[in-house]
Design a binder for this molecule. Structure first.
Ligand SMILES: NC(=O)c1ccc[n+]([C@@H]2O[C@H](COP(=O)([O-])OP(=O)(O)OC[C@H]3O[C@@H](n4cnc5c(N)ncnc54)[C@H](O)[C@@H]3O)[C@@H](O)[C@H]2O)c1
Length: 302
């Protein structure tokens, strides 16, 4: 079935360029009214101007769509709240939130200033928290919402020089895990997208592939599915160059260990602890404790 967003209102942060622009254009082309948010600053988050967001709104309008520009920094909760208020005043609802705004301040951990760590966490993590908080009650009231956090392979798997960025991106996975659980009863579905695309954020990486192979528009189909009525929830979808994969946070079956020499047994049985043959994806954090208690009870009974 064709994925459409007619009658729905979307907010896309950091939509003045790169992936966010592509997301905003595609949402509008499929019927959504779109708040195009972008601070319009440099890649490291310095500066700011509404021009980038306004240019994307002009593109949407030229194609017959509806959009409004917003230049709030996602780090400013008051400005984010005003952005959501403006969307509500104009269109009366918010159905879709794409937390996409982001910055880079790469350095090895040895050379990184605490301020650059804090700033990157503030934009990615607290920016997503601010925007999500500002729409959460609206979505609960509507009994409908779709939220996507933009995570990264750097957070999921690590990347040299990106301890700040990776930590912030993995924090978004943690945020998703709990919000998907809490939002479930109001049909608020929360997912993560881990993109790979050639944008100004990745322009220094030197493309081993032709640039068009990593075009942002090849990521957007994954986003549109995560925003659709039939979206999954609590999913980490990876996307780039037309490839789509899923990442999971898993738990191995493990072993039960007790006794004086427990540390040595942990060492001796580390291969068994690490064995992935029977690993699961727990439905919530409490599952770990339940599994451990079950193993303890079995060990005591035998
Ligand atoms: N390009 C990739 O391969 C890749 C990989 C993994 C994750 N990501 C993530 O995808 C998202 C989009 O990145 P991109 O590659 O399109 O880069 P980009 O630099 O083109 O886009 C990021 C946008 O966010 C805006 N922004 C920055 N700080 C903001 C703030 N405080 N408030 C509002 N807007 C702000 C910027 O002005 C910019 O337009 C980011 O979250 C990024 O971390 C990108």
């Amino acid at each position: 079935m064709t994925i459409r967003f007619d009658g729905q209102v979307a907010i896309v942060t950091g939509a003045g360029g790169g992936l966010g622009r592509e997301h905003a254009l595609s949402l509008a082309a499929r019927g959504a009214k779109v708040v195009v948010n972008d601070l319009g600053g440099a890649r490291d988050g310095s500066g700011g101007s509404a021009t980038a967001a306004e240019a994307v709104v002009a593109e949407i309008e030229a194609a017959g769509g509806e959009a409004m520009a917003n230049a709030a920094s996602v780090t400013d909760f008051v400005a984010v709240q005003a952005m959501v208020d403006a969307a509500m005043a104009k269109w009366g609802r918010v159905d879709l939130l794409v937390n996409n705004a982001g910055v880079l301040r790469d350095r090895t951990f040895a050379k990184m200033e605490i301020e650059d760590f804090r700033f990157v966490v503030d934009v990615h993590l607290m920016g997503a928290v601010n925007c999500t908080k500002a729409v959460w009650e609206i979505m609960r009231g509507q009994n409908y919402g779709r939220i996507v956090m933009t995570t990264s392979s750097s957070g999921l798997y690590g990347n040299f020089g990106q301890s700040n960025y990776g930590a912030a991106k993995m924090a978004l996975v943690g945020l998703m895990q709990t919000l998907a659980i809490e939002g479930g009863k109001n049909d608020i579905r929360v997912n993560c997208l881990a993109p790979t695309a050639h944008t100004r954020m990745t322009e220094d990486l030197g493309a081993a592939l032709p640039l068009e192979a990593l075009a942002p528009e090849l990521v957007t189909p994954g986003l549109l599915y995560l925003l659709s009525r039939d979206a999954p929830s609590r999913c980490i979808l990876a996307a780039g160059a037309g490839g789509f994969e899923r990442a999971y946070v898993t738990l191995t079956e493990g072993v039960h260990i007790s006794g004086e020499d427990a540390p040595e047994q942990v060492a001796a049985q580390f291969d068994a602890i690490s064995d992935r043959a029977k690993e699961i994806v727990p439905e919530m954090g409490a599952a770990q404790g339940m599994i451990e208690l079950t193993k303890a009870q079995k060990a005591h009974a035998s």
